[in-house]
Design a protein around this ligand. Structure first.
Ligand code: FAD
Length: 281
């Protein structure tokens, strides 16, 4: 439970943080809330030689709304997302662990870390959001679809810093979030988020569904989306579409649930999340 020795710096600008990362080389790591990185270091599953703490870097916190779309600073805490009245993102962030974790963990940290059991990665996918990163080569935007590459592996390169999370306007969309765990503060055994937009005749104009802990990355339930999009949005159509929620997934069995049980959960939670989203659309 004691991490290997490491150096620590707390730069006061983004440029200084980028320089520290560059000088630290491949064994330098960014520190945000520390609630994923520090446990890994204590278990000696990670042994960075330098931690570059982002807490003193100005301009990385806060939530900015314009035209309904959101720009959330990477160092914004889960608590502020949970209580910020941000629709689906707030719903999901409110279920992260307990208040202590939500007070420390950050949206940039959870998205850069890319744990498929975390709540916000699948939300970013379903909302078709993106992250903005800064590196020595300048700034680039990475769409959610391109961000999550493999287990704990994202498209954020070594030497890059996530500075902002962008979520498009959710005006006209209904949303639902369903998370299954044994205790309220636990990680998701499985979670499903859904957003639905209704056509004027009440049918399903568009739908997007995100899956948590159903593979090595967060996933979209594309077969369920295709079954529902453009058709009826009643209880029967939702139930039929939800039966496809586990198509193309590869959920890991763990101490809490077998792969088959997770598949069952995905179907049940998908139906509930879609019902919730349709009712609020
Ligand atoms: C007991 C416990 C229970 C938890 N339960 C849940 C849960 O139910 N749901 C959930 O979603 N999460 C859960 N978490 C994880 C928590 O949400 C973490 O805060 C989150 O995963 C990582 O965010 P962080 O800010 O702590 O990142 P850190 O731990 O500081 O960093 C994580 C990784 O991301 C990198 N990183 C951090 N910030 C940036 C950045 N701006 N740019 C580039 N790379 C960056 C770091 O170098 C590191 O590799 C839990 C954690 C604990 C300790």
């Amino acid at each position: 439970m004691i991490p290997a020795e490491f150096d620590y710096v707390a730069p006061e600008s983004l440029d200084a943080a980028l320089a520290a990362l560059r000088e630290g080389g491949e064994d330098a790591k960014l520190l945000a809330g520390g609630h994923s990185l520090l446990p890994l270091m204590k278990l000696r599953l990670a042994a960075p030689t330098l931690l570059v703490d982002l807490r003193r870097v100005p301009g990385l916190t806060g939530i900015d709304r314009s035209d309904g779309s959101l720009r959330i600073g990477a160092m914004t805490r889960h608590h502020d997302v949970a209580t910020g009245d941000l629709g689906l993102a707030s719903q999901a962030a409110a279920t992260i662990a307990d208040q202590q974790v939500r007070n420390r963990g950050t949206i940039g940290g959870t998205l850069a870390h890319g744990d498929p059991a975390s709540d916000l990665p699948a939300v970013l996918l379903a909302l078709e959001g993106s992250v903005v990163v800064r590196g020595d080569g300048g700034e680039r935007e990475i769409a959610a679809d391109d961000l999550f590459q493999d287990y704990l592996t994202t498209a954020v390169a070594d030497g890059e810093i996530v500075t902002e999370v962008r979520l498009p306007s959710d005006a006209g969309w209904g949303a639902g979030y369903e998370k299954f765990n044994r205790r309220v503060e636990d990680w998701a055994m499985v979670a499903v988020c859904a957003v639905v937009r209704k056509a004027p005749d009440g049918s399903c104009a568009d739908v997007r569904i995100g899956l948590t802990n159903m593979g090595s990355t967060p996933l979209r339930a594309t077969a369920s989306e295709e079954a529902l999009r453009g058709g009826a949005l009643d209880a029967g159509a939702i139930a039929a579409a939800a039966e496809h929620a586990d198509a193309g997934t590869d959920p890991p069995a763990d101490l809490n649930a077998s792969a088959d049980y997770k598949r069952h959960l995905a179907r049940v939670l998908c139906r509930r999340a879609l019902e919730e989203a349709a009712a609020s659309a």
